[in-house]
Write a protein that binds this ligand. Sequence first.
Ligand code: FAD
Ligand code: NAG
Ligand code: NAG
Ligand code: NAG
Ligand code: NAG
Ligand code: NAG
Length: 593
Amino acid sequence: MFPTFGLFSLALLAAKGAIGALLTDPTQLTTTTYDYVIVGAGTAGSVLAARLTEDALVRVLVVEAGRSNEGSDNANIRIPFNAPLASPGTSFDWNFTTVNQPSLNNEPEPYPRGKVLGGSSSTNYLVYTRGSADDYDRLAAIAGDDGWTWENLHPYILKHNSIVAPADGHDTTGEFDPAWHGNGPLLTSVAGYPAVIDPLVIGTTQEAAEFPYNVDGNSGNPLGISWVQSTIANGTRQSSAIAYLWPALNRPNLDVLIHTQATRLIQTGRTGATPIFRSVEFATGPSAPRFRATARREVILSAGSVGTPQLLQLSGIGNRETLSALGINTILNNADVGEHLQDHPFIPLQWEVNSNETFDQLFYDADLSAAALNQWNTNHTGPLSTNPVMNHIGFLRIPDDNAIWQENEDPSAGPNSPHYEIAFGNCFVTTSAQTVPSSGGFMTITPIVVSPSSRGYVRLSTSNPFDAPLIDPGFFSNDLDMAIMIEAVKASQRYVATSSWSNFIIGPYIDSANTTTPEDIIEYTRQRTATTRHPTGTAQVGKVVNGDLTVKDISGVRIVDASIFPHVPSAHTQAPTYIIAERAADLIKAAYH
Ligand SMILES: Cc1cc2nc3c(=O)[nH]c(=O)nc-3n(C[C@H](O)[C@H](O)[C@H](O)COP(=O)(O)OP(=O)(O)OC[C@H]3O[C@@H](n4cnc5c(N)ncnc54)[C@H](O)[C@@H]3O)c2cc1C
Ligand SMILES: *[C@@H]1O[C@H](CO)[C@@H](O)[C@H](O)[C@H]1NC(C)=O
Ligand SMILES: *[C@@H]1O[C@H](CO)[C@@H](O)[C@H](O)[C@H]1NC(C)=O
Ligand SMILES: *[C@@H]1O[C@H](CO)[C@@H](O)[C@H](O)[C@H]1NC(C)=O
Ligand SMILES: *[C@@H]1O[C@H](CO)[C@@H](O)[C@H](O)[C@H]1NC(C)=O
Ligand SMILES: *[C@@H]1O[C@H](CO)[C@@H](O)[C@H](O)[C@H]1NC(C)=O
């Protein structure tokens, strides 16, 4: 690699008219000194890369372990309906698994995470939900920083997102509230292809007071049943790579290095007792040579809720006891690093239905699926242009008079925050370990505990950065979560018992047929639970980072990704991640103004 010229390098490169670049190997770097080095070109990392390079005088390097989101083999991360095929066990995914889950019959669970430009925003299920105002107000209270309240984040909510026409161009009046959407780069839309269950889902909102219609669940009050908004535009997945990173790659001051994993942060000095970490070490494989880059201002960790705590621990920032056991020298002893992992467990409840128009036909009939693919390739319309798992989403609370609250504190963020979610799938939606039927029509409701109390951890398994860490979401380790799941299942059953569904539902699918008593629901949940893939909390505000997201008790490092949330938001977690990343970019800009 070339020697570094500090501030002169920028002037020299600018004079030569050099442009920023997508680099595929560390040997292609032309400097090792940047103003910011960002680890992870994922959801948050791509937002930061784009926002920080708006200042032409600032040079940014992003180091990303995964591949490009582009390529002739990327159909499954472009076609919205194919999202379930993007992970795990593909070139876009880390292919992690959890440790055995005692409450899930001691089985391990797949734990997908995006390993690609855009990170998990390139592989996720596209659901775009922001959570409740209470979620952000609780974050602000823990952070001791009013800037994180829903009200004060409003500019960042409007700054990152726009809502555009759905793929089928239908009239969307009354399906969202335009006031809650700005003109930011991340394009979203409501359902782009009708599902046969749409009028039935809406029908129940008109007949059952406990399931009210909410015109836009992204207004800070998510309670009720809403049309889901998805990160889809022109019938194609939108990600932070598409919305933020690629447009910024035209700038001369941004380098993005892919296929390269950060292996540790390196201490570069000390101010008084405080260690400074401004260098990042990285490599393309376990036995490949190590390279380094140094940040004049800051290293920003955006490696996600698994990668960020893994990297901190590899750098000697973590629990002294567990690090010593692996032969890692502890530089900062903080036993909270990697602990408190929180995620949303879900189960699928399937009903057999009296229809041959559910999406199931696409899975049974090769001609039908070929025609759908052909249509998508022609003009990005048709069934493959839409969200694969839902057109509608409901966020609901367990009523105050429920016996659960005699023994438990309310775990939600506040009175306008849900305890559980129910999502409506127009086909047989399942998790692993369940055989999918080969005929028939189905609908699925997926109850999700969105105010969990269970917590787990992300710990190193070895001192080798290329070994997967131990991941334990601790599903149902707190009994309150199971009590909430039982209520969510009962609510799902009440939903389809309303008269809207009477000519449609044939009956519960065999495996869900017995889930009526609490004992049955518990047994079913133990067999069927999967992660909603929303890990958070492993480098959380108050315990690992300060209110401004700088790492406590060290200098030179900030964390900006889903790991900073002290409580998992009552939402699918991409929108909250975009929102905090947008504010973090402004916090960083202000810190060096
Ligand atoms: C399969 C799946 C489905 C999901 N469905 C939804 C959904 O429908 N809606 C929703 O809102 N949310 C969903 N989520 C969750 C949501 O996508 C994440 O919460 C969010 O994207 C997290 O953003 P992040 O920036 O924290 O991490 P990520 O976007 O995961 O980015 C982390 C990046 O860091 C890279 N990285 C990690 N370690 C290193 C290292 N050592 N060196 C270099 N690079 C590294 C990773 O490769 C990755 O690119 C889903 C997630 C998955 C995986
Ligand atoms: C993914 O992990 C599973 C289980 O650990 C393993 O069997 C499989 O080979 C892995 N796949 C890839 C592509 O790495
Ligand atoms: C679907 O069902 C309708 C009504 O029962 C029937 O007329 C039609 O032929 C069926 N379509 C297919 C593709 O099976
Ligand atoms: C897209 O192509 C399909 C045929 O594949 C056609 O039926 C449809 O009208 C086209 N839609 C638009 C908006 O062009
Ligand atoms: C939308 O997709 C169509 C079909 O591939 C393409 O021709 C068109 O340019 C796209 N429009 C935008 C705005 O990306
Ligand atoms: C449902 O319960 C009955 C009676 O306990 C049992 O015979 C049957 O196998 C159960 N079905 C499923 C799918 O678990």
